[in-house]
Write a protein that binds this ligand. Structure first.
Ligand code: P5A
Length: 445
């Protein structure tokens, strides 16, 4: 993409009403525009990051054996009357009537609808296990929408639902989700810690939230200092291997890590004092096992060889896809702007032409551009007739991990400069070497 032809409405001023770094930076970098409290348009740069996150989420869900579908945003009230949640959900639910006076709602979550799909089409235990998921917009009329996309009213969620014959099978689904979520966050360059939590209106006893440590997080967290060092790394997980998956979950949940909802002072104090940490975190996902709560209420049963029809065991599992954009920026920025991890960056590399209109600089930039496209990468070429300072400021603000600077002095000796946004370190090399180095970094992801 050439910046002269892109739509990147960066703001010069720091927006006064944005309280946290990610919100300020998303507005300044032209990623989002607020349309109403807690409701945003995703401008091209923000939309690109959102899509990158979605893609990683999809890949990791499919890898774990989960099946994508798509349910609508609008749901009929009667499904929620069957589960008993229509009245229980309260004012967070946006209720709508259609022209026939039928009660509808903008879905805050989809347990009821997926259970309805299941009961309409699944008859036999032989169809189990089954996990279906989608990535779809949700609406929750939050009392205090704030911090930009972090606590929106309309937000994008990946929500998955497992259907299993026994509690044991459903707990395997729970564990599979935990491991697939750990992988998902790691691929984005994030450390998200599973913490025992409270199930709230979704219901059930077993639930973990995934928290990214950040001072601006809304949840208070208590944890053992060794927990954030746990990593999946290069491990290849066999998701069908129950013991292996359970073993990984145990590894990540044995040390103390809890939100304020479930914090236990006595257990916390049993950790050696120098390892006790109190901090704040952003909840980027949550998994639940709630047994037969919805399947019994809504008649989601299967035939079995020896027990007749039995209600299925279920759980639901959510990732805050749009919230992750904010969480990623909270965890990756400095006073100049965003610093995207390579896994989610909107463009892989920026090309800055220091002397637009100079024949040798222009042709070196064009050649770099073509070489990156041929290598399967997306470059953003700042080809505007702007001062060097303004070009650097824009690149720093939008946070591409790698920048190549092309200027008349370097070109005279056949060199360009490759700069890391994270470390600020620059290295001179030929254009070919720069392309090779950047391509190798992305190929290793
Ligand atoms: C699990 C999937 C559920 O709704 N039902 C389907 C279960 N869980 S949850 O914890 O309530 O939400 C899942 C994740 O969605 C994100 N999230 C939000 N993101 C932005 N703005 C909001 N107002 C908002 N509310 C929830 C969180 O990341 C949460 O973990």
């Amino acid at each position: 993409m050439r910046l002269s032809r892109y739509f990147l409405p960066v703001l010069k001023e720091t927006p006064a009403d944005a309280q946290i770094a990610s919100h300020r930076l998303m507005l300044r970098a032209g990623m989002i525009k607020q349309q109403q409290a807690g409701i945003y348009s995703w401008l091209p740069l923000g939309f690109k990051v959102l899509k990158r996150i979605e893609q990683i989420v999809h890949e990791e869900q499919v890898r774990a054996g989960h099946i994508p579908l798509l349910m609508p945003t609008l749901q009929p009230a009667d499904l929620w009357q069957e589960s008993g949640r229509y009245d229980a959900y309260g004012p967070e639910m946006l209720r709508i009537k259609d022209r026939h006076g039928r009660d509808m709602l903008y879905g805050p979550t989809n347990e009821e609808m997926i259970t309805d799909i299941f009961r309409s089409h699944v008859e036999s235990y032989k169809s189990l296990p089954l996990t279906l998921y989608h990535i779809q917009w949700k609406f929750r009329d939050e009392v205090r929408p704030r911090f930009g996309v972090m606590r929106g009213r309309e937000f994008l969620m990946k929500d998955g639902y497992n259907f299993d014959l026994t509690k044991e099978d459903a707990l395997h689904a729970y564990n599979r989700h935990m491991v697939s979520y750990l992988r998902t966050y790691e691929r984005m360059g994030l450390t998200a810690i599973p913490m025992r939590a409270d199930s709230g209106p979704i219901g059930g006893d077993d639930t973990h939230e995934f928290l990214v440590l950040a001072e601006t997080g809304e949840s208070e967290v208590f944890y053992d200092a060794q927990v954030p060092d746990l990593k999946l790394g290069e491990r290849r997980v066999d998701y069908d291997n129950r013991d292996e998956v359970a073993g990984i979950c145990e590894e990540f949940t044995t040390l103390y890590a809890r939100t304020d909802e479930t914090h236990d002072e006595a257990l916390f104090n049993a950790i050696p004092e120098e390892r006790r940490r109190v901090g704040r975190g952003i909840e980027v996902g949550q998994i639940f096992y709630f047994g037969t709560k919805y399947s019994e209420a809504m008649g989601a049963t299967v035939n079995t060889p020896d027990q007749g029809r039995v209600p299925v065991h279920m759980g639901s599992h959510g990732i805050g896809v749009s919230r992750l954009v904010g969480a990623l920026i909270e965890a990756n920025h400095d006073d100049k702007g965003i610093i995207w991890p390579e896994g989610v960056t909107p463009f892989h590399v920026g090309i800055v032409n220091l002397k637009q209109g100079d024949v040798s600089c222009d042709s070196a930039c064009e050649a770099l551009y073509r070489a990156f496209v041929e290598a399967g990468l997306e470059p953003l070429y700042d080809d505007r007739a702007e001062r060097a300072g303004a070009k650097f400021a824009t690149m720093d603000l939008i946070g591409l991990p790698w920048r190549i600077t092309v200027g008349p002095r370097g070109i005279a000796s056949g060199k360009v400069e490759l700069t890391s946004r994270r470390t600020g370190e620059s290295e001179e090399m030929t254009s070919e070497e720069a392309v090779e180095k950047v391509a190798a970094i992305y190929a290793a992801l």
